[in-house]
Design a protein. Structure first.
Length: 246
């Protein structure tokens, strides 16, 4: 589903920053991958390139077999709206719109009928626990609520691929659990391919596989065992069960 070959990204400037130094990997369809690594290791840069939000310096990206860097700007935008979802680290919500309008915006841009996009977005807002915040403006919401609007917006088009940059960074324990279980369910039920950046080791246990980055390079791969994953899904970030310390 995703194939990256020798991807490099250098931010130009007086002191150019080599954020990605030649990264190659493949992610099969339906896999949930966690991207881990210290701050500044290139995780967000990688996600931006994969989601066609930026142009890499060199390298090749295939998404669903399509050589996406060769597409025209218009085709790229259309591909992104239709086939990709993206949760931004800094939300990127539109303050003039209320919560549900932010969530359904991608569907409106795709030309879906109003009745249908209201239905789809209302359902997703419920799944991220925001049923009672639909008509609040963005600045009337807490950081955690804004993050969940951003997650709902990234999910409305039921895209083949979902990118999420630290989607749980501003959430409390209970909401972390809700979001991680929701992502896992989307992967299991819809066969969605998910690439999630996180810096919390516990969160990677919800994934199938982990790619570890350091200093712009992919340095280690890890597969999460089924038992570990099942345990994370059932017990991770739960506030409603008391865990036995033994
Ligand atoms: N727009 C930019 N211009 C210049 N340098 C950048 C830009 N974005 C990120 N960087 C630099 O690239 C490196 C990787 O950043 P980033 O991908 O955000 O790391 P991470 O998400 O792993 O914390 C860092 O050294 C960062 O300062
Ligand atoms: Mg980052």
């Amino acid at each position: 589903m995703i194939k990256v070959t020798d991807l490099k990204k250098t931010y130009p400037g007086k002191v150019p920053v080599h954020a990605l130094k030649g990264v190659s990997f493949e992610i099969p369809s339906g896999q949930f991958v966690a991207i881990m690594g210290p701050s500044g290791s290139g995780k967000s840069t990688l996600l931006h390139q994969l989601a066609l939000l930026d142009d890499p310096t060199s390298g090749r990206i295939l998404l669903d077999g399509l050589d996406v860097l060769t597409l025209t700007d218009r085709k790229r935008t259309e591909f992104r709206l239709r086939h990709l979802g993206y949760v931004f680290q800094e939300y990127a919500l539109i303050p003039e719109l209320n919560a549900i309008e932010n969530a359904f915006l991608p569907l409106m841009l795709l030309g879906m009928k109003r009745k249908e996009f209201i239905r789809v977005s209302t359902e997703l807002m419920g799944r991220v626990g925001l049923d009672n915040r639909l008509h609040h403006l963005i600045n009337e919401l807490s950081g955690g609520e804004q993050q969940r609007v951003a997650i709902a917006r990234a999910l409305v088009n039921k895209s083949k691929i979902l990118f999420a940059d630290e989607p749980c960074a501003n959430l409390d324990t209970e909401n972390k659990g809700i979001v991680l279980r929701l992502l896992r369910k989307l992967c299991n039920d819809l066969g969605q391919t998910i690439v999630m950046v996180t810096h919390e080791p516990e969160q990677r246990e919800f994934a199938d596989r982990v790619l570890w980055f350091r200093d712009g390079r992919l340095v280690k791969e890890e597969y999460i065992g089924k038992d570990v994953r099942e345990d994370a899904i059932h017990n991770g970030y739960r506030t409603d069960v008391s865990s036995d310390p033994d």
